[in-house]
Design a protein around this ligand. Sequence first.
Ligand SMILES: NC(=O)c1ccc[n+]([C@@H]2O[C@H](COP(=O)([O-])OP(=O)(O)OC[C@H]3O[C@@H](n4cnc5c(N)ncnc54)[C@H](O)[C@@H]3O)[C@@H](O)[C@H]2O)c1
Ligand SMILES: O=C(O)C(=O)C[C@]1(C(=O)O)C=C[C@@H](O)C=C1
Length: 365
Amino acid sequence: MHNINQISIIGLGLIGGSLAKTIRFRNLPIKTFAYDANVSTLKQAKDEGIIDEYTTTLTKQFLSSDIIFLCAPVEYNNELLNTIKNDLSSNSIITDVGSVKQNIHETVDKTIIEDIFIGGHPMAGSEKSGYNASTHYLLENAYYVLTPSKKVSQDKVTLLNDFVKAIGAIPILLNYNEHDYATAAISHVPHIVASSLVNLVKSSDQNGLMKQLAAGGFKDITRIASASPDLWKQISLTNKDQILKILTNYIQQLNTFKDNLMEDDADSIFEFFNEANDYRNSFADPSTSIIEKSYSIMVDIPDELGIIGKIATLLSEHQISIKNIGIVHNREFENGVLKIIFYNNESQLKSIKILKSYNYTVYER
Ligand SMILES: NC(=O)c1ccc[n+]([C@@H]2O[C@H](COP(=O)([O-])OP(=O)(O)OC[C@H]3O[C@@H](n4cnc5c(N)ncnc54)[C@H](O)[C@@H]3O)[C@@H](O)[C@H]2O)c1
Ligand SMILES: O=C(O)C(=O)C[C@]1(C(=O)O)C=C[C@@H](O)C=C1
């Protein structure tokens, strides 16, 4: 990419690793350097050809890259920034991928790095952590928030904006307070709610029956309760003020529902669900939004060792690239099916034909 020859990633976990894998997968002509507290992760990424070089100390050369990405949990990013801020060059851009922006902007404000700092936050992720959970498609089509410091030049903002586009994400410029309030509502409080539901069931489940019966609804709404406790402790504490506003509002809503239920107020209860139904259904429809439609199929698979590999090999022999593949268990498919996501409609249709010709049962999605 024009003007970006080298980047440095500090923290090669889920997000840092996905950034590096995306650069490789898209063949961007950029050298990727990485630093992580975990040296075996660095060695693995180098052996896999995902990064060009790694370092176990934050050297001047490592810190002279065109863009330096802080990709550790939010409080560590802050500490790391304090450690390196005097060694950064005015030619670089320093950015982060943290879920909260106020804390890091406060560290940056009124220091020399205000001229080179642009906050960042890709709106994509997973309940899994670490380099092994990272993928080359995690950031694809995701909104990627940028929160430039007041003093950073327009050229630098344009450069980072272009980089975000080059990795297949969608840049969106925001002020950091706006960002923190919005993410408190759509990400941070939902993580608190998911974990509180799981803790609620744990403390109410006398004989393990609830755990046994838990089906799609409970599993859908609580997937994110499996996320890293250390990361979410740090996010909660650094975005305390915004989370408290949203949480207070949420508790009021629950109390209103409780009152309506106690009073058998059927109209209000209906309206509660109806309003949520309407608003939830108005969220981006994958077929009309700029977020690309996902081309997926479901395949009934026999319970045999190596079946996923067998199907993946069959498709790759026909030059079909798979975006994602995994087993799905739900009530619709009692025995579990293989869900395969493709990059385009052509691959989806071609796969259906091939798999059917090998007598697999295929459901289009
Ligand atoms: N998990 C998500 O869904 C998600 C989504 C968007 C943004 N984020 C943000 O991205 C950042 C990273 O999250 P993640 O999910 O990739 O975490 P992660 O745990 O998967 O990765 C963090 C990496 O940083 C390394 N690390 C931690 N402290 C370090 C230090 N002091 N020095 C060097 N390396 C260190 C760890 O060894 C690990 O490899 C966080 O700030 C988070 O808020 C996370
Ligand atoms: O999909 C998930 O598992 C996520 O939790 C991703 C998610 C979120 O949507 O809350 C988590 C944290 C981020 O900072 C951004 C995205």
